[in-house]
Design a protein around this ligand. Structure first.
Ligand SMILES: C[S@@+](CC[C@H](N)C(=O)[O-])C[C@H]1O[C@@H](n2cnc3c(N)ncnc32)[C@H](O)[C@@H]1O
Length: 343
């Protein structure tokens, strides 16, 4: 079988390919890292046995099926429930602190059992120790998250709840096959079931991949997606269903109704009119090239309310220090939109 490294795509063919793909799909591939897109093209060339990029051009211009397959291969929908569970603990702490509730009084156990974590320990440990190393650096530049959040209008909004006007808007972008927005919905629903005067909230989830959104709406998952979910949440929000191959996990249908699903290319803007209090934008920036990352972040920044919170993936970072997005938690990659110069 041919190896990816043995295929060469010259820059003229590359431009022709992404131009044609843009015409066929409406997607702007120039936003993405060139090596990332090239690798996807080469992987498809191998699958359809094309050695020459010009032949692959003919393939996508004549076969709609190939365009669809290219898109499916290009969108990496890898995700799982409570991915980087400490982010969800922080998210939950933000809500709990904002509502002035004592954490001791509520059941909200997000940390998965050690036996469950042990199953994927090697990989997780590698990632965590690299995070720890980064954390170990003196980091005086950044304010403590909670000291800052305590002064926020966002907290005031929580305290004024509940009313439609004070609805907390949360956007999961991109949501892939739904595990992230469902994790958010579980945290919110669990708190709501235990806290009186809980604010109204709206969860919007969007992704470019049609198949991913369809899967999210169906809400049935294999055990792979459950590797970082605690027993508490698994028991409360899932039903095991028998299959020919063992079992799968069906999400509680009430949670499905808590989420607005949207299929969209977020680089072209967002289809809903809302401004958001919290945006989860995790593991998307890594695919974008430097120049277009800034354009995309402008879209996200505009959709955040003043003092709104942006949560990136743990390996992602914003480079533009001039933007109104200020890093307030370097370990968890949490930014706040603040026009003030204090930060
Ligand atoms: C690795 S997943 C991240 C899912 C989730 N946020 C998480 O952290 O687990 C990346 C997702 O980005 C989506 N994506 C890529 N380009 C996109 C675009 N232009 N607009 C919207 N979604 C996009 C892919 O379809 C894929 O589902």
């Amino acid at each position: 079988m041919k190896l990816i490294e043995s295929i060469h795509i010259d820059s003229i063919s590359y431009r022709k390919l992404i131009k044609l793909l843009r015409i066929k799909t409406g997607l702007n591939f120039e936003y993405y890292n060139k090596p990332f897109i090239e690798k996807r093209i080469k992987a498809r060339m191998i699958r359809v046995k094309c050695d020459d990029p010009e032949d692959y051009l003919k393939e996508i211009s004549s076969k709609e099926e190939e365009v669809k397959k290219f898109i499916d291969g290009f969108t990496i929908n890898y995700t799982f429930f409570f991915r980087d569970y400490d982010i969800f603990e922080t998210f939950q702490d933000i809500m709990v602190q904002g509502l002035d509730v004592s954490k001791k009084d509520i059941e909200c156990d997000i940390k998965p059992d050690p036996s469950k974590l042990a199953r994927f320990r090697t990989k997780a440990n590698a990632a965590k120790s690299s995070m720890k190393n980064r954390q170990a650096k003196p980091d005086n530049y950044y304010m403590d998250l909670f000291v800052f959040l305590n002064r926020l209008a966002f907290y005031k909004k929580l305290k004024l709840a509940p009313s439609e006007k004070n609805c907390i808007n949360i956007w999961s972008c991109p949501c892939a096959t739904g595990e992230e927005p469902y994790s958010i919905a579980m945290v919110m629903d669990n708190l709501k079931s235990q806290i009186s005067r809980f604010p109204k909230y709206r969860i919007v989830a969007s992704d470019i991949a049609h198949e991913a959104i369809v899967k999210a709406k169906v809400g049935i998952y294999t055990d792979d997606a459950m590797k970082e979910i605690s027993d508490y949440y698994e028991n409360k929000y899932f039903t095991k269903q028998k299959t020919h191959f063992g079992h799968n996990n069906a999400i509680n249908s009430k949670l499905k109704g808590d989420i607005e699903w949207i299929e969209e290319d977020v680089t072209q803007g967002h289809k809903r009119p809302y401004k958001y209090d919290i945006i989860f934008c995790r593991y998307l920036l890594i695919y974008f090239n430097r120049e277009n990352r800034a354009k995309f972040l402008k879209i996200i920044e505009d959709r955040l309310v003043e003092n709104g919170i942006l949560i990136l993936g743990k390996t992602e970072t914003l480079l533009d220090r001039k933007s109104s997005l200020k890093l307030i938690d370097s370990r968890n990659r949490i930014y706040i939109k603040s026009s003030s110069n204090i930060l």
